[in-house]
Design a protein around this ligand. Structure first.
Ligand code: UD1
Ligand code: MG
Length: 450
C-alpha cells in the first residue's frame, strides 16, 4: 500500500509573489501539477495534498484530479507540522508514505520508482533522496555513513561551519513506513533557528534511515526564489528540446527556443531560432517554423511553413505558408494550401483550400470558399460598435486591393470586387461589384492660380 503526500501549504516568501509558490508556472504547468505527474506511475492508493496558504486557490487549480484529498494545515508551522496533519486522515494506514515537496518539480518518475523499491527491499523506516552539490547552500545537509545509513539532517541555517562543508543535501523527497513515522511525529520540537517543526528531524528518530543519491542532481532542484525558478525552466527546456531532437526535429539554435510539454512535433520539422511553442500544440512532419515565431495551442499540418508569425488557438492545414508577420488569432482555420502573407490578421474565420490572403488584410468572423484571392489591404469590417457580423465569400472570388466588406455581407462564388470598393450589400455569384466614386479627369487643369 502506498500513499503520497505533497507538501504545498507554504507561502513561498522568497518568491516575493502574490501567487502561492506551488502555483508558479514552469514550461506551462504549475509546480504542484508537475510534482503530481512525477508520481503518477507509482499508482498510489491515496494522494493527499497539504494546503494552507491560499488553500482555495491551490485546490481550484487541481480541480481536474477528483481523487486528491486536500488536508488543511493552518497555520503553517513547518514541514513536520504539515505531515502531522496526516495523523488523522491516515489513522490505521499500514503502508508506505511517499512525501514530496511541492517545490521540487523536476523529479523523474524512474527515480521515485527506484526510491520506493530500495525502501521496500531494505526494510528501512525511512529512505530519502539525496544529492551531492558543488553549491549546497540553502539545503538541509544529510549526515550518512559509507553504507548509506543516515544519522540525521541539519538545516543550512542550523549548521555549524564544518557541517556546512558537507555537500550531501536533502532533496525533500522521502519514503516512510507510515506506522513508524506516525509514532515519532508527535515528538517533534521547534528547537531550531526558524522555530518550526521540521520533518527532517524525524530522520534521526527513525531506525534505520537510509538514503539514495541521485545521479543527476538537476532532478532535485528545489525552487525557493525566481533565480531557481529560471534555473529549473532551463533544465526542463533542455530536456524537452533534446527529447524532440531525438525524435527527429532539427533546432538550428536550440537555446533560443522554448517548448511546452504539451507540444508534439512530427519528423523532419526544422525549427529556426527564436521560436516558442506553448500549450497543446501539434506541428506536422516536414514543417519549417521560424525564425521568430510564437505558436500557442494550435495545430500546423504537414509540410507547412510559418515565418515570423504569431498563432494562438489556430489551425493550419497541410502545405500552407504563413508569414512573415502574420497573426492567426483564436478560431482561425486554414485548410490545405492556403497562403497568408505579411501584415495579415485572421480571427475566427475559415479559409477553404488554396485561399490566398497575401498582404495587409484583416479577416474576422468570415468564411472564405476555395481558392478565394483576397487583394492587398482587403478588410472585413465585422464590428458595428456593438455586435460582430459575418462575411461570406464564395469559392473562386477575388477582391481588389483596398476593398472594405461591411458585414453582414455575402458574396457568391466567382465574384470580382473592384479595387477600392466599400461594399455594404450582398453580391450574387459571377458578378463584378464596384463600390467607389468614378474617376473624374479634367484635362488641361492648371490648378488654383496664385
Ligand atoms: C526543505 C527541507 C530541506 C531540504 C529542502 C529541499 C525541511 C525542514 N527542510 O527546506 O532539508 O533540503 O526542502 O528542497 O523540511 N510547506 C508546508 N507547510 C509548511 C512549510 C512548508 O506545506 O508549514 C511546504 C512548502 O509549500 C514546500 C515544502 O513544504 O512545498 C518545503 O518547504 P520550504 O519552506 O521550501 O523548505 P526548504 O527551506 O526548501
Ligand atoms: Mg523549498
Amino acid at each position: 500500500m502506498l500513499a503520497v503526500a505533497v507538501l504545498a501549504a507554504g507561502k513561498g516568501t522568497r518568491m516575493k509573489s502574490d501567487l502561492p509558490k506551488v502555483l508558479q508556472p514552469l514550461a506551462g504547468a504549475t509546480l504542484v501539477e508537475r510534482v503530481l505527474r512525477s508520481c503518477e506511475r507509482l499508482s498510489p492508493e491515496r494522494r493527499l495534498l497539504i494546503v494552507g496558504h491560499q488553500a482555495e486557490r491551490v485546490e481550484q487549480s487541481l480541480a481536474r484530479h477528483p481523487d486528491l484529498e486536500f488536508v488543511l494545515q493552518q497555520p503553517q508551522n513547518g514541514t513536520g507540522h504539515a505531515v502531522q496533519q496526516l495523523l488523522e486522515p491516515l489513522a490505521g494506514f499500514q503502508g508506505d508514505l511517499l512525501v514530496l515537496n511541492g517545490d521540487v518539480p523536476l523529479l523523474r518518475p524512474e527515480t521515485l520508482e527506484q526510491l520506493l523499491s530500495q525502501h521496500r527491499t531494505s526494510g528501512a523506516a525511512v529512505t530519502l533522496l539525496t544529492a551531492r552539490l558543488a553549491d549546497p547552500s540553502g539545503y538541509g545537509r544529510v549526515f550518512a555513513s559509507a553504507d548509506g545509513q543516515v544519522s540525521g539532517i541539519v538545516e543550512h541555517r542550523d549548521c555549524s561551519e564544518p557541517q556546512r562543508a558537507n555537500p550531501l543535501i536533502n532533496a525533500g523527497i522521502y519514503c516512510f513506513s507510515w506506522p513508524q513515522l506516525a509514532a515519532v511525529l508527535p515528538q517533534l520540537t521547534t528547537d531550531n533557528d526558524q522555530g518550526e517543526l521540521y520533518l527532517t528531524d524525524t530522520v534521526a528518530m527513525l531506525r534505520t534511515a537510509m538514503h539514495l543519491e541521485v545521479a543527476d542532481a538537476d532532478e532535485i532542484n528545489g525552487i525557493n526564489d525566481r533565480v531557481q525558478l529560471a534555473q529549473c525552466e532551463a533544465v526542463l527546456q533542455q530536456r524537452l528540446r533534446e527529447h524532440w531532437m531525438r525524435e527527429g526535429v532539427t533546432f538550428t539554435d536550440p537555446a533560443s527556443c522554448t517548448v511546452s510539454d504539451g507540444t508534439h512535433f512530427g519528423r523532419d520539422v526544422v525549427v529556426e531560432p527564436q521560436c516558442h511553442f506553448r500549450g497543446d500544440t501539434t506541428i506536422g512532419s516536414g514543417c519549417r517554423i521560424g525564425p521568430g515565431t510564437l505558436i500557442e495551442s494550435s495545430v500546423v499540418g504537414e509540410n507547412s511553413q510559418v515565418l515570423q508569425s504569431v498563432l494562438r488557438q489556430a489551425s493550419v492545414g497541410e502545405g500552407c505558408a504563413v508569414g512573415p508577420f502574420a497573426q492567426l488569432r483564436p478560431g482561425a482555420e486554414l485548410a490545405a494550401g492556403c497562403h497568408v502573407g505579411n501584415f495579415v490578421e485572421i480571427k475566427n474565420s475559415r479559409l477553404a483550400e488554396g485561399v490566398k490572403v497575401n498582404h495587409l488584410s484583416y479577416i474576422g468572423d468570415a468564411e472564405l470558399g476555395a481558392k478565394v484571392n483576397v487583394g492587398a489591404g482587403t478588410i472585413t469590417a465585422n464590428y458595428d460598435g456593438v455586435h460582430k457580423h459575418r462575411t461570406v465569400i464564395g469559392a473562386g472570388s477575388k477582391t481588389g486591393a483596398n476593398s472594405v466588406l461591411v458585414a453582414p455581407i455575402t458574396l457568391g462564388a466567382n465574384v470580382t470586387v473592384g479595387a477600392g470598393s466599400t461594399l455594404t450589400k450582398d453580391v450574387p455569384a459571377g458578378a463584378l461589384a464596384l463600390g467607389r466614386a468614378r474617376q473624374l479627369v479634367k484635362e488641361n487643369w492648371s490648378g488654383p492660380q496664385g
